[in-house]
Design a protein around this ligand. Structure first.
Ligand SMILES: CC(C)=CCC/C(C)=C/CC/C(C)=C/CC/C(C)=C/COP(=O)(O)OP(=O)(O)O
Ligand SMILES: O=P(O)(O)OC[C@@H](O)CO
Ligand SMILES: [Mg+2]
Length: 248
């Protein structure tokens, strides 16, 4: 089954997926084995690799190291075309549809084709929607776009539907890495209600309560990054046997 088919099936089966986001800028190759031991013991189902800006060649080194220590699918979550490497299994081919910056709607995509035209990566068209998380995050800074206000559920739903109607296979509701507040539950629920494609939620999720709230609101896949960089002890709370309901 492809990565996308697997996520679609999880939505149908109401199974909850968890991606651990690894930012190549924030981990050294030497730290990967220990970190991946913890990922493997956790309920994580996917590894995302990416950052808003990453030095050329670094992503490939980290992806190769990650693959040595896990069987989980490794998916690129790139801030730009430089981060693309065939060593991963798939790529979220993100368009920042909450913004109006052509570079992040189509520019980086055209720049990536030299690398992608003969790729073995599974390319997953993804509508990426930035929601105000209460602080300026890297995505906002790098993309120079304005997030959707956290109380504007109608704009979030309409943007998500516009993405789905344009052929996006996944919609990613993003409060931004290190967001003060995650995407509000009510907004997630309204978007999930209207869409037929699976919804990914990330940004500012740093406790089990926030994780469970995102799932309860209907997220199929939740992404956690910063808290695991700051506090690896959080992996204890994500252990398979501690969260049996989520790991079937
Ligand atoms: C399709 C291709 C080749 C690229 C996509 C280009 C687009 C549309 C990107 C969206 C905008 C963007 C800059 C996304 C970055 C996503 C990401 C990996 C965020 C994580 O940010 P961090 O670098 O971890 O931020 P901090 O360092 O502040 O934690
Ligand atoms: O780093 P955090 O805040 O967990 O966010 C994860 C991801 O959604 C960021 O792009
Ligand atoms: Mg980060």
């Amino acid at each position: 089954m492809s990565i996308l088919e697997d996520i679609i099936k999880a939505k149908g089966d109401r199974k909850k997926l968890l991606a651990v986001l690894i930012d190549p800028d924030k981990i050294s190759v030497h730290a990967v084995p220990d970190f991946m031991d913890k990922v493997n013991a956790s309920i994580a189902t996917h590894v995302f690799v990416g950052g808003s800006t990453v030095a050329n060649g670094l992503t490939e080194k980290i992806v190769l190291a990650i693959k040595t220590f896990t069987d989980l699918p490794v998916i690129l979550f790139p801030g730009d075309a430089i981060q693309i490497t065939d060593e991963a299994h798939g790529i979220l081919f993100l368009s920042l549809i909450s913004g109006r910056n052509p570079e992040y709607l189509i520019g980086q995509h055209v720049k990536s084709i030299a690398k992608l035209k003969n790729t073995s990566l599974e390319i997953i068209p993804t509508g990426y929607i930035l929601i105000d998380g209460g602080n300026e995050t890297a995505v906002q800074r790098v993309s120079k776009t304005t997030p959707i206000p956290r109380n504007d559920n109608e704009m979030a739903v309409e943007t998500a539907l516009a993405g789905q109607f344009s052929g996006k296979q996944l919609i990613y509701l993003e409060a931004g890495s290190g967001a003060k507040h995650p995407v509000p539950s009510r907004m997630i629920a309204e978007v999930v209600d209207e869409l037929s494609v699976p919804v990914i939620v990330g940004g500012g999720i740093r406790d089990v309560n926030a994780l469970e709230k995102a799932y309860a609101a209907g997220a199929t896949l939740v992404v956690i990054g910063t808290i695991l960089e700051d506090d690896e002890a959080f992996f204890e709370k994500l252990k398979k046997n501690r969260m049996p309901r989520m790991h079937e």
